[in-house]
Write a protein that binds this ligand. Structure first.
Ligand code: HEC
Length: 440
C-alpha cells in the first residue's frame, strides 16, 4: 500500500523536485532576433497551424500534474519531460488520464478537501487529448514553458536521521510472490518524551520500495527481541504515525501540534517491497523532527472501523459497516483508510459530513490525507466507516494481518486534550457490540 499523510499524510504534496531541468537550456540564443524578424519559433511546416505540440501544450500539463513522479531521473516510467518518451507513451498517457488513474489521487471529488490534492483540470485533460489525437508531435523546443522550480525547500536538519539496510529483499514473502513486508526497528533513543512534529521518509530503491509506513512501538514491546536486520511483518504492527507513497513529501503536523514519543518507545519502518527485475540493496531513510518545547496540542491516531467481519465466498460488493461514537472534543486533522487487496471502495462519514470517499480502492495507492479544514467533533458524534469488498474465491476471507486477509480501518489523526476514546462501536453487520475494538 502506498501511504499518505500520510500516511499519507502522506500524500501531501508533490515535493519531490524534478531531478533534472524540465526543458533544454534555451538561455543562449545564438543570434539576437531583430525587431522586425518573425517570431523566433518558426512553425514546423509539416504541422498545420494550431496543432498542439509537446513543447507548446503537453509539457506544461505534465509539469503541473505529472513530473513530480515522471521526470527524467525519477523512478516512474513513462518519462514525461522528454518529447520522444512522452510521444511513445502518449496513448497510455491518455488512457491513464481519462480513466482517472493518473494523476493518482484516490479520494473522490465532492467529499472533502485535502492538503496536496492531485487532480488534473478539465482544461489540462482536454489539452492532452488534443495533443495525443494530433499524433503527439514534438513541435519546437523554443515553445517550452519555463521549467518549474524545485518545490521542496530543504526540510531542515532533522533531530534524528536513520537509514535502514542496506537490505536486499528476497521473494516470495508471505504476502505473495512479488511482495515482501519488512519491518526495520528504529530506536529514537529518547530518555524523555518528545513531541514529533515532522517525519520525512526518503526511499532508497524507488522502484522496489512500494510504500513505507512508520509505526510507533510503545515501549519497544512489539519489536523486543527482533533481529537487528529487520523481520517480516504484515499488517499493522504498531500505532501508525505516517507513511510514504510515491510522490509524497514530508509529513508535517500543523503548527502547535505534536505526536508524543515516550522514553523507551521504538519506531517501526514497515517497507513494502515489490519485486523488480533486478533487485539492488535498499537503504531507506527516516528523518525525525521534534518540537524544541512540548507542543501545546497533541495529535493521536485513532482507529475507526472494525475487525469483526468475514467476507463470504464469491461475494461481490460485500459491505462491512461500523459506527464509532466520539467521547470528548476532537479536532480531526485527517484520515488514512486501510484495507487490503479485496477492497473495492471505502467511505467514512460523520453523520452526513463526508470525511473520505474512495470509490475505487487501489491497494497500491493507500495514503493518509490531511483535511484542508480540520473537522471539529463533540461527544456523541458518530463516525461510520464502510468498506466494500469483492471475494472472487470460493472461501470466506477473514479479518487478519496477512495481505491475503482483510482489514477495514480508518486511522484518524485527531487533536484532543487527552488520548481519545469512543463510547462504543456498533457493528451493523453482525449487530455485536464491539466497544473494546473501537477504543484506540
Ligand atoms: C504521485 C506520483 C505520480 C503522479 C503525480 C503521476 N503518476 Fe503516473 N504513475 C505513477 C506510478 C507510481 C506509476 C506506476 C504504476 C503504479 O504503481 O500505479 C505510474 C504509471 C503511469 C503510467 C503507466 C500506466 C500503465 O498503464 O501502466 C502512465 C501512462 C502514467 N503514469 C501517466 C501519468 C500522467 C499523464 C500523469 C499526470 C497527468 C501522472 N502519471 C502523474 C506515479 C505518478
Amino acid at each position: 500500500m502506498r501511504w499518505i499523510l500520510l500516511l499519507a499524510g502522506c500524500l501531501e504534496s508533490y515535493s519531490e523536485p524534478a531531478a533534472s531541468p524540465v526543458t533544454p537550456d534555451l538561455g543562449q540564443p545564438s543570434s539576437p532576433a531583430s525587431p522586425s524578424s518573425p517570431p523566433s519559433t518558426p512553425p514546423d511546416p509539416s504541422l498545420p497551424p494550431g496543432t498542439p505540440t509537446f513543447y507548446k501544450d503537453a509539457l506544461g500539463v505534465f509539469q503541473r500534474n505529472c513530473l513530480g513522479c515522471h521526470a527524467t531521473g525519477g523512478a516512474t516510467a513513462p518519462v514525461l519531460d522528454q518529447a520522444d518518451s512522452a510521444a511513445a507513451a502518449s496513448k497510455q498517457v491518455l488512457a491513464a488520464v481519462q480513466s482517472g488513474i493518473m494523476p493518482p489521487f484516490p479520494p473522490a471529488d465532492g467529499c472533502n478537501q485535502y492538503v496536496g490534492e492531485r487532480r488534473i483540470s478539465a482544461a489540462d485533460s482536454q489539452t492532452l487529448m488534443m495533443w495525443v489525437n494530433a499524433g503527439a508531435p514534438a513541435g519546437n523546443p523554443a515553445d517550452a514553458p519555463p521549467p518549474i522550480p524545485a518545490q521542496s525547500a530543504s526540510p531542515g536538519t532533522p533531530d534524528k536521521h536513520v537509514t535502514t539496510g542496506p537490505f536486499t529483499p528476497t521473494y516470495p514473502g508471505s504476502a505473495g510472490a512479488n511482495d515482501l513486508y519488512w519491518c526495520f526497528v528504529v530506536d529514537p533513543a529518547l530518555t524523555a518524551a518528545r513531541d514529533l512534529v515532522k517525519l520525512n521518509v526518503v526511499p532508497g530503491q524507488k522502484e522496489e520500495v512500494h510504500h513505507v509506513i512508520v509505526f510507533r512501538d510503545p515501549g519497544g514491546k512489539g519489536s523486543a527481541g527482533k533481529p537487528a536486520g529487520g523481520y517480516e511483518c504484515n499488517g499493522v504492527p504498531g500505532e501508525m504515525l505516517t507513511g510514504w507513497v510515491p510522490g509524497s513529501g514530508p509529513m508535517e503536523l500543523p503548527s502547535g501540534v505534536g505526536m508524543t514519543l515516550a522514553a523507551g518507545d521504538k519506531l517501526l519502518m514497515q517497507i513494502h517491497y515489490h519485486k523488480v527485475a533486478t533487485a539492488a540493496p535498499d537503504s531507506t531513510s527516516l528523518d525525525l523532527y521534534y518540537s524544541a518545547t512540548p507542543t501545546p496540542q497533541h495529535a493521536y491516531v485513532v482507529w475507526t472501523g472494525t475487525p469483526l467481519f468475514s467476507i463470504p465466498a464469491n461475494a461481490k460488493g460485500y459491505q462491512v459497516k461500523s459506527t464509532c461514537t466520539v467521547n470528548g472534543s476532537w479536532k480531526v486533522l485527517g484520515l488514512a483508510p486501510h484495507m487490503h487487496q479485496h477492497g473495492t471502495a471505502f467511505t467514512s462519514y460523520q453523520g452526513a459530513q463526508c470525511l473520505m470517499n474512495i470509490p475505487h480502492w487501489d491497494f497500491g495507492w493507500q495514503g493518509g490525507y490531511f483535511l484542508q479544514q480540520p473537522m471539529d467533533l463533540t461527544s456523541g458524534a458518530k463516525i461510520t466507516t464502510t468498506c466494500t469488498y469483492d471475494n472472487p474465491s470460493g472461501a470466506a476471507i477473514k479479518f487478519g494481518e496477512a495481505t491475503t486477509d482483510e482489514m477495514c480501518f480508518g486511522f484518524l489523526y485527531v487533536v484532543a486534550a487527552q488520548k481519545p476514546t469512543f463510547t462504543g462501536l456498533v457493528n451493523l453487520v453482525g449487530g455485536q457490540d464491539t466497544a473494546s475494538m473501537c477504543a484506540n
